[in-house]
Ligand binder design. Structure first.
Ligand SMILES: Nc1ncnc2c1ncn2[C@@H]1O[C@H](COP(=O)(O)OP(=O)(O)O)[C@@H](O)[C@H]1O
Ligand SMILES: [Mg+2]
Length: 373
């Protein structure tokens, strides 16, 4: 039998747990032609949410574009043009007619077509170094100019990468997007400080462009029902206590919940009894599978960063800057703690929410916690 829990990829249909309210809000924003930016830490389910919302919308043409694996602004230009062409034209129109239409709107650039190894057509453009901004501008203008019969919604995933690609790209985007009546945008991002710098800084061109939507963990009761139904569907029984252990470990983080449930399902499927030893077997499976990666991360941290992480693994949201904590965990002076916290934040090993610090990865927290046992 196939393990029903999935992680590391977009989850859809039955694998997609609830998020009904978020789906409703997102779908109504898209249908209303409103742009928005969607933030959460990594692996909270942003991409899955948008893909699921897109699959439920007929009246708007939806297009997904990921900035994560784009190397530079030239690659952005070519790949984005290709996605737009594939989504907004049908090859039945004939390549010549498509190229003709593209040339009209792309001003100085002459697009060409080649076939990739799979035989799929791919658009190529020759960009002169001093014309890259102009080229990008005319590509960004395309969706509005093509007179597509439906409104269009374009999702840019990992949008914080825009800074890395080209510091001026977001200025060009903003100046083009604000004039597009028929096109709305969703900007997804997983680095809060970078997303805030783009959308909440009064000096940024994207200041207050679009509503803000922050994705929270999935509720405990929804995840409980979800885990129960996945086990039921695969004709296995999971004890309440095992579900509680999973959610206690994952802190309802969608990715880590799937991972912890995946390991539990594997053990239960192997007929391992859910008795007093089960939790230990399950937990060591989870931690062992990650411990090489954790060790590599840990080796790159200095002594103060290690001390701060160790303290945080016990503090559970309590202040690390209190005198009690500083004495108990033998911490350096406050300014040094702050420096360590900032570098840990930058490495996204920890996150800051409502003024307190927590681990990004609850499994790493347990690994650190047990390190000096
Ligand atoms: N609604 C959901 N229901 C069940 N699992 C989810 C859900 N959203 C996310 N996940 C889990 O989290 C993982 C990461 O989801 P993803 O959409 O890639 O997050 P993000 O885009 O925020 O990094 C998925 O592979 C899946 O294991
Ligand atoms: Mg994603």
């Amino acid at each position: 039998m196939v393990n029903p829990f999935q992680f590391g990829k977009v989850v859809q249909d039955k694998q997609f747990c609830n998020r009904q309210r978020e789906l409703r809000d997102l779908i109504s924003a898209i249908k209303g032609g409103n742009s928005l930016w969607l933030y959460s830490p990594r692996r909270f389910g942003k991409t899955s949410l948008v893909v699921n919302a897109f699959s439920q919308i007929e009246e708007v043409k939806t297009i997904y574009f990921d900035l994560f694996n784009i190397r530079d602004n030239r690659e952005f230009a070519t790949k984005y043009l290709n996605v737009l062409t594939h989504e907004l034209f049908t090859w039945k129109q004939g390549i010549t007619s498509i190229l003709k239409k593209l040339s009209v709107h792309l001003k100085k650039i002459t697009p060409t077509v080649s076939l990739d190894t799979m035989g799929n057509p791919s658009i190529g453009i020759d960009i002169k170094p001093n014309e890259i901004s102009q080229t990008i501008e005319s590509i960004l203008e395309l969706p509005q100019k093509l007179n597509f019969p439906k409104p269009i919604c374009i999702a840019f995933d990992e949008f914080q990468e825009v800074e890395r690609l080209d510091p001026f790209l977001k200025n060009i985007m903003r100046s083009v997007f604000q004039h597009q009546q028929n096109v709305s945008y969703i900007f997804l991002g997983s680095k809060e400080s970078l997303m805030n710098a783009i959308f909440s800084d009064a000096k940024s061109p994207f200041f207050q462009f679009g509503e803000k939507m922050k994705l929270a963990p999935i509720s405990r009761s929804d995840l409980t029902a979800y885990i129960e139904s996945m086990f039921k569907e695969t004709q296995l029984k999971i004890k309440n206590e095992t579900i509680e252990n999973i959610l206690h470990l994952s802190e309802c983080h969608p990715h880590y919940t799937q991972y912890a449930a995946y390991v539990a399902w594997g053990l239960i499927n192997q007929k391992i009894q859910q008795d007093e030893n089960f939790k230990q077997i399950w937990l060591s499976r989870i931690i062992e599978s990650q411990s090489d990666a954790f060790r590599t991360i840990y080796e790159q941290l200095n002594t103060n960063q290690r001390k701060v992480l160790y303290a945080l693994s016990y503090l559970d949201g309590h202040s690390i800057l209190s005198n009690d904590a500083m004495i108990k965990y033998n911490l350096p002076p406050k300014s040094t703690i702050n420096t360590a916290l900032n570098s840990l934040l930058k490495k996204t090993l920890i996150l800051k929410s409502n003024g307190s610090y927590k681990f990004e990865n609850p499994i790493f927290k347990i690994w650190i916690n047990k390190l000096y046992d």
